[in-house]
Design a binder for this molecule. Structure first.
Ligand SMILES: [Zn+2]
Length: 419
């Protein structure tokens, strides 16, 4: 019974998708809401906006009840979207006067098409590398150059329009963040390596399963990482298989891919769904997801008022005798109330809250936050969820060595109160 259904699925020409329970449109709803809250909502659209948010939440609750799950059991991106919508204060919606705020949408032509093309080429290159096709490595570098070129063009256009990625329409923003992610050589290489591993896993699996005649032969199978709300997606069309993973899996180990690939193809996932879901709420997964959802600014460390690169040099010299290896340093993309910095160990990144990139924030305050986060890097921190444990007495003692420790603390406390 199960196998005949599988057979018809594999041979059928209609593309079908297979995912964990997901609420379609939830992540899109969040992007839309965020966009509207950022640009402000015209007075006559407020009711409609409230309705939209409450309806989306009610709908999600309903779906969860039907599947006997809680919202937190949804795939991580959906759950984050749910949480985002839930925390919107519907009684205090920023209203904008239509006449005074002309809605100027920033557009970058061909961005989505360019990224789609790159996706396609990455999949092809991966298959070439897996099969040892001559010229595969050369093609890999060619695609890498295309990524760099497109990203440079994107940055140039944004500068010209005095805009940032978050100003783009949601779909373009998502493409832009992904392009930016891939333009990092290390990220690009990891993506390729992981996708080649997937080809190997699939081939192993196919050989084993073919012996028991469980799965028919596909002409070929492609793998990709794709920014999306589902954790993974698998479809077959005209004998060609394609599997997409949420980019959060870029840092997953082989076992996770084995679980996803085998359970997707055999359509058996009950036992393993938990492992996949657990991984999707790990720090490593979250870091990538946050980056690709625009929570962390992907561009450089140079803010409008403070240059984190310069500050790093100073702090490193003064407190670490230049022995702290430079992590990635980025500004966050949002104003935060209490949390002014974080250290992401998996990607070795320090993120400083955008709240501190202000003229009235003294340089030493930003330096203090940077110092605090660099201490986390130097003293080691296994998981950001265990942040409290990271603040050991040794940590606190070293933190107090900061020259203007008291002033900085007082300034930050005041800043947290005044918001
Ligand atoms: Zn800390």
């Amino acid at each position: 019974m199960a196998s005949s259904r599988l057979l018809s699925k594999l041979l059928g020409s209609k593309p079908k998708t297979k995912t964990n329970i997901r609420v379609s449109g939830l992540v899109k709803a969040m992007s839309l809401a965020r966009e509207q809250l950022t640009s402000g909502i015209p007075e006559n659209g407020v009711e409609e906006f409230r309705h939209f948010v409450t309806q989306t939440l009610a709908n999600t609750d309903q779906i969860c009840r039907t599947h006997l799950i809680k919202p937190q059991d949804l795939p991580a991106p959906s759950y984050r979207a749910y949480q985002y919508l839930k925390q919107i204060n519907l009684s205090q919606i920023p209203i904008v006067d239509k006449a005074s705020a002309p809605v100027q949408r920033i557009r970058i032509s061909n961005l989505n098409a360019a990224v789609r093309h790159i996706q396609q080429r990455v999949m092809e290159v991966t298959r070439e590398i897996y099969h040892g096709t001559p010229g595969a490595r050369k093609h890999m570098r060619e695609v890498q150059n295309t990524v760099a070129q497109q990203n440079a063009y994107l940055q140039l256009m944004l500068k010209k329009k005095k805009a940032e990625i978050v100003d783009l329409p949601p779909r373009s923003a998502s493409s832009a963040l992904w392009l930016n992610y891939l333009s990092d050589d290390e990220n690009y290489q990891t993506v390729i390596d992981q996708l080649v591993t997937c080809c190997e896993i699939y081939e192993d699996f196919r050989k084993k399963s073919r012996a028991s005649k469980r799965i028919p032969v596909l002409k070929h199978m492609s793998f990709e990482f794709l920014p999306m709300s589902a954790l993974y997606r698998w479809r077959v069309k005209d004998g060609l298989g394609q599997m997409s993973f949420h980019p959060g899996f870029i840092c997953a180990n082989k076992e996770i891919f084995e679980i996803i690939i085998s359970s997707a193809i055999l359509r058996r996932n009950s036992k393993n769904a938990l492992k996949i879901r657990q991984f999707s709420s790990s720090t490593a997964f979250m870091e990538i997801a946050k980056m690709l959802e625009g929570e962390i600014r992907p561009d450089d460390a140079v803010g409008q008022f403070h240059d984190l690169n310069e500050l790093f040099e100073d702090v490193n010299q003064q407190y670490f005798r230049n022995r702290c290896e430079r992590p990635k340093i980025k500004w966050g993309s949002r104003i935060t109330r209490r949390k002014f910095g974080m250290y992401l160990p998996t990607s070795d990144t320090v993120v400083v809250s955008l709240s501190l990139d202000q003229q009235y924030v003294p340089r030493y305050v930003v330096a203090f936050i940077l110092y605090h986060e660099l201490l986390h890097k130097q003293l080691g921190m296994k998981d950001t969820a265990k942040r409290q444990i990271a603040h050991t007495s040794k940590f606190r003692q070293m933190e107090k060595q900061f020259v203007k420790y008291n002033e900085a603390q007082r300034f930050l406390e005041k800043l947290a109160r005044t918001r």
